[in-house]
Design a protein around this ligand. Structure first.
Ligand code: BES
Ligand code: MN
Ligand code: ZN
Length: 496
């Protein structure tokens, strides 16, 4: 997607479609008023008839309205004027994105005359660019016949009344870069485990490193053995696809201590010997989405040349049953030296992440954030709307939560009290990998916290947010927006 900014009057702009906004009470944005006047009231007449649904994001297409240069006018509902805010703005742009992606127009004009209460033009531009580009995402799946033409509007002209605020162009650049990172995360997630295996993730990271000039090192099984990563290696034992530990280093932040991202890259999670039931098991291809988001964030950061020091650690592993698989009751030794009794081979995320967290110590990190589809319990607790957030540092947690609110890629904090620790007690090792049915997301995080004592750390459980089921089944690209906003903040370029 290409988005440019020009100064001009909306009614005079030539385009396949011109978008304007309307509130539920029938009032229009300044650009909408100009278009209504130019069309002799065609827009307000349609609104009076009740042709546009009141809910933010609903759209109404008017064909060849006389008086405007564009071929079509798309009226986008902004919802009730009194309650207009972040969510309604995002919903409205989301509705617009959907209409543009499915519509016939090849290009669109989008006047920026709408103010969101409490938000800067940079925030508005970034949010809109991200949602529009993300809305144009399509998974290019293998099919018999290739599409003749890409569908939807691929070019958008943003119109401003006066000389555009430079914040707008910068916001658009950031928004497009975030959407690019999301698209990569989505692609990796949507590919089946037969294609997107650990080696594929490693190759993707390598290619990205080449493209954007950052360092990528891939540790093989033998390297991991030397490091003593007995816990991580126990998970991949029975797969024919060898484990890869992907280490990415992006260093444009001068002498600053690095931020380390750790991603769970379970390219398929069968549960292992503690085999999962077969209903919806295909969705366990999404168990690498933490790793996919980590790689996606590197694309965003690389595209922008963001001045940060960032390390990405992705444990890419496949959890399979088989003659060589771990059994319940096996005790393994992690790189930290702590021993773990595996009571359930399906609680494998923590087994791979703990060794990556120990490895992270060598970077003397400013902080470590792990991204993982860790627990089904998180889906039960928070559903598809919020990721679960747990941290050993309140300031870091607050910073991340704020980024969630600012992007709409929200997270919600759960406690990490040691009161839950007895649930992980083992008679045969320092801890077990199974915390029982109560507070499953917390015991999962608490397990990880025992490997994250050397630095400030936050854990984002994206089990419910990284993908959606049903008719629109697919990866969402979350939490690339949240993590990108966090890094923008650290780089001093975040618009609020
Ligand atoms: N990958 C799953 C968690 C998951 C479940 C992600 C549903 C997305 C949707 C994870 O490896 C897992 O199996 N967790 C177990 C942990 C339990 C055995 C302690 C779970 O949630 O049931
Ligand atoms: Mn599992
Ligand atoms: Zn898993």
């Amino acid at each position: 997607m290409e988005i440019t900014v020009v100064t001009g009057a909306p009614e005079k702009q030539k385009a396949g479609v011109l978008a304007i906004g309307a509130f539920a009470d029938g009032t229009l944005t300044p650009a909408g008023q100009a278009v209504d006047a130019a069309t002799q009231g065609k827009v307000s007449a349609a609104l009076k008839r009740g042709d546009l649904d009141e809910v933010a994001g609903a759209t109404l297409l008017l064909h060849e309205p006389a008086g405007v240069a564009a071929e079509r006018v798309l009226v986008v509902s902004l919802g009730k004027r009194e309650s207009f805010g972040d969510k309604q703005y995002r919903d409205a742009v989301g509705g617009l994105a959907k209409a543009l992606a499915n519509g016939k127009a090849g290009d669109a004009a989008l006047p920026m005359t709408l103010a969101v209460p409490g938000r800067s033009p940079g925030w508005c531009a970034e949010t809109a660019a991200r949602i529009l580009a993300d809305g144009a995402y399509r998974f290019d799946y293998p099919r018999q016949k290739k599409d003749e033409k890409p569908k939807g509007a691929r070019k958008i002209v943003v119109l401003t009344a006066d000389t555009p605020d430079p914040q707008i162009a910068q916001g658009i650049r950031r928004g497009l870069a975030v959407a690019e990172g999301m698209a990569l995360a989505k692609d990796l997630g949507n590919l089946g485990g037969n294609v997107c295996n650990p080696a594929y993730m490693a190759e993707t990271a390598r290619a990205l490193g080449k493209e954007f000039g950052f360092e990528v090192e891939v540790l093989e099984r033998a390297d991991m053995e030397k490091l003593g990563m007995g816990s991580a290696l126990s998970v991949g034992r029975a797969s024919y696809a060898p484990c890869k530990f992907i280490v990415m280093k992006y260093s444009k932040g001068g002498a600053a201590k690095p931020i380390v991202l750790v991603g769970k890259g379970m390219t398929f999670d069968t549960g292992g010997v503690s085999l999962k039931p077969s209903a919806n098991l295909d969705e366990m291809k999404y168990d690498m989405c933490g790793g996919g988001a980590t790689i996606g964030v590197f694309k965003t950061v690389g595209r922008l040349g963001l001045p940060v020091n960032l390390v990405g650690l992705v444990m890419a592993v496949e959890n399979m049953p088989g003659g060589n698989a771990s059994r319940p009751g096996d005790v393994v030794r992690s790189m930290s030296g702590q021993t773990i009794e595996i009571l359930n081979t399906d609680a494998e995320g923590r087994l791979v992440l703990c060794d990556a967290l120990t490895y992270a110590e060598r970077f003397s990190p400013d902080c470590v954030v792990d991204l993982a589809t860790l627990t089904g319990a998180c889906v039960v607790a928070l559903g598809a709307h919020a990721s679960g957030l747990m941290a050993n540092d309140d300031a870091l947690a607050a910073e991340l939560l704020k980024c969630g609110t600012e992007t709409g890629d929200r997270a919600w904090q759960l406690p990490l009290w040691d009161d839950y620790w007895p649930q992980l007690k083992s008679n045969f090792a320092d801890m077990s990998n199974l915390g029982g049915p109560a507070a499953g997301s917390i015991t999962g995080a608490l397990f990880l916290s025992k490997y994250a004592k050397a630095y400030k750390w936050a854990h984002i459980d994206i089990a419910g947010t990284a993908s959606v089921s049903g008719a629109d089944k697919g990866a969402t690209g979350r939490p690339v927006p949240l993590v990108s906003a966090f890094l923008f903040g650290r780089a001093g370029v975040r618009a609020a």
